[in-house]
Design a protein around this ligand. Structure first.
Ligand SMILES: NC(=O)C1=CN([C@@H]2O[C@H](COP(=O)(O)OP(=O)(O)OC[C@H]3O[C@@H](n4cnc5c(N)ncnc54)[C@H](OP(=O)(O)O)[C@@H]3O)[C@@H](O)[C@H]2O)[C@@H](O)CC1
Ligand SMILES: Nc1ncnc2c1ncn2[C@@H]1O[C@H](COP(=O)(O)OP(=O)(O)O)[C@@H](O)[C@H]1O
Ligand SMILES: [K+]
Length: 500
């Protein structure tokens, strides 16, 4: 069975669910959260006897920490709690949790104790969760830095403190967890930008709530379950025409490598035929390493295929612009990447034509390209990647893949997803060209547009993860190594499909 995709809620959504569920929740949600955290901690400490340290903050995240501490105390385990605030100012549920901890015989220290000689079995961050409002400084920042320096497993409750749960931005300083237990559902900030670096292994505890019954999920994680039905085994009586023609256009003088990479990826991802249209008049007429590719003058390639991917190495001169206008005027499904996006950013006529098209459009910007399209700075895009992806989808009436750690997919109707596959081995030139080629290949094979987008993005990262697992990366992973790994994964998935 393919693992189902999990829903993702922003903080506002989680608050709505909590407010709706809280009045009738027995046991109360904080009891459930503290207990769920304790259960997870037991798993982490299976081979680690000794004391655990729980650092509690001034809000309900701290309350979860007190509940967790009480469970360990009652189980006879040594647990030390540090809390530097004023217990009288704790919010209601958290105050009750502290009282229950105190009444059970628990002791609360007002500063971080030094570690026992054998070290902590586990350090738990219950400082801030979804209520973080501003950058952390002062004593809490000192605590976080001190906890991050401890040589032991570190667990965060709900959200690593200092990480913005909606955006994945670090506000001041953030706890670097080896494990994070998050409640009710995933949040976008755990999955994109700096989130994955701070969460470590991420576990969702639903607290026995069916989040979707309170509020339909706005976002989902990208999982093979969402496109796995496209991996039907090929029938024996097949021919190349069944698997479509992928068309990739780009390759201005000096930049032919980019579309060739896309083309090679398209071949390995199963396109029946691959056309690569090159702008450079002195471009090679054959790719001697991949002679299956059909190299054409860019103009000629425009008339081929079901979908056109345009942009890798396209350049930004007049010829490139004219070609892009023709592609946009065509009836093909379009993928715009790289310089096609840069041209679009400065051409309002093109933007207008794009929004009037009937066939779907996919934009695949990295943050700097997204910034040009939205007339913003890359830092502003990264400060709220989800918001930027949604704005782009709306502005251009297009499907958007905002690339980078935790690639975001935004559909024109406002639905969004976050991809979790991939690794820093992909931070190398040409990786985006490979993604464009994968998309072109899946569209050529007539995957529905959304399945093609999710499939390409997920496979792209999963192929890099496969290489990483084999020791081919993160250092030195090459974009041209990805297509073979994509091929292996796709064939594995087809084979699995045959068992169902
Ligand atoms: N509600 C529920 O049903 C459930 C909630 N649950 C748990 O509660 C968590 C949310 O709790 P929460 O809303 O109390 O927020 P939380 O993250 O503890 O922080 C708020 C406190 O921090 C303070 N503060 C903020 N930023 C700061 C900064 N930079 N530097 C210093 N202080 C700062 C802020 O103070 P203020 O801004 O008001 O000055 C306030 O005192 C959630 O993540 C989950 O773990 C679970 O039990 C499940 C049921
Ligand atoms: N650290 C990372 N984690 C996950 N994916 C990454 C990481 N770094 C890069 N990638 C992926 O690699 C690709 C890089 O694309 P891009 O920046 O367009 O490269 P290029 O322009 O060199 O082809 C994107 O799909 C991006 O999501
Ligand atoms: K926390």
């Amino acid at each position: 069975m393919l693992q189902p995709s999990q829903p993702i809620y922003t903080v506002a959504g989680i608050r709505t669910i909590e407010t709706a569920a809280m009045p009738s929740a027995k046991p109360p949600l904080m009891e459930r959260a503290g207990r769920a955290s304790a259960e997870e901690a037991v798993r982490l400490m299976i081979d680690r006897p000794g004391a655990l340290l729980i650092a509690c903050g001034p809000g309900n995240n701290g309350g979860d920490g007190f509940v967790m501490a009480r469970h360990f105390l009652q189980a006879g385990r040594k647990v030390v709690v540090a809390f530097s605030g004023d217990t009288a100012k704790l919010p209601g549920d958290a105050k009750k949790s502290w009282e229950a901890w105190r009444d059970a015989g628990g002791e609360t220290l007002s500063d971080l104790p030094s570690a026992p000689p054998e070290g902590w079995a586990l350090v738990v961050d219950a400082l801030f969760g979804i209520g973080l409002q501003r950058p952390i400084n002062g004593r809490y920042a000192d605590w976080i830095r001190a906890l991050n320096a401890l040589p032991c497993p570190r667990m965060s409750i709900d959200v690593p403190s200092g990480l913005c749960a909606d955006t994945g931005r670090v506000l001041g300083v953030a706890f670097k967890a080896t494990h994070t237990v998050t409640f009710i559902a995933l949040k976008p900030g755990l999955l994109t930008l700096d989130g994955p670096d701070h969460c470590g292994e991420l576990v969702v505890k639903r607290l026995d709530l069916d989040a979707n019954s309170y509020l339909p999920a706005p976002g989902w994680e990208v999982r093979p379950a969402l496109f796995g039905d496209q991996f039907a085994p090929r029938r024996l009586n097949s021919h190349k025409g069944l698997f479509g023609d992928a068309v990739i256009i780009g390759g201005a003088p000096g930049m032919c490598g980019a579309p060739l990479l896309s083309g090679r990826a398209a071949l390995r991802a199963g396109a029946g035929r691959v056309f690569v249209g090159l702008l450079d008049p002195r471009a090679p007429v054959v790719d001697l390493i991949q002679p299956e590719l059909m190299l054409r003058p860019a103009e000629d390639a425009l008339s081929e295929g079901q979908a056109i991917a345009i942009g890798p190495g396209l350049g930004r001169d007049e010829a490139a612009s004219a070609l892009l206008h023709r592609a946009v005027a065509s009836k093909h499904t379009l993928v715009l990447d790289a310089d096609a996006l840069n041209l679009l950013a400065t051409d309002d006529t093109l933007a207008g034509a794009l929004t009037r098209r009937h066939a779907p459009v996919v934009l695949t910007p990295h943050p700097a390209e997204a910034a040009r399209l939205l007339k913003a700075l890359p830092d502003e895009i990264q400060a709220n990647r989800l918001d930027a992806a949604l704005k782009l989808a709306q502005r251009f009436d297009a499907h958007v893949i905002l690339k980078g750690n935790g690639s975001l997919i935004a559909h024109p109707d406002g639905r969004w997803l976050i991809n979790r596959s991939g690794n820093p081995g992909m931070s190398a030139a040409g990786m985006g060209d490979v993604l464009t080629g994968l998309l072109a290949a899946l569209l050529a094979q007539r995957w529905p547009i959304e399945a093609a987008i999710l499939g390409a993005v997920h496979l792209h990262g999963a192929a890099a993860d496969l290489l990483l697992a084999k020791g081919i990366g993160p250092i030195g992973m090459g974009a041209s190594e990805l297509p073979d790994a994509v091929r292996m994964l796709m064939n594995q998935w087809v084979a699995q499909h045959q068992h169902y």
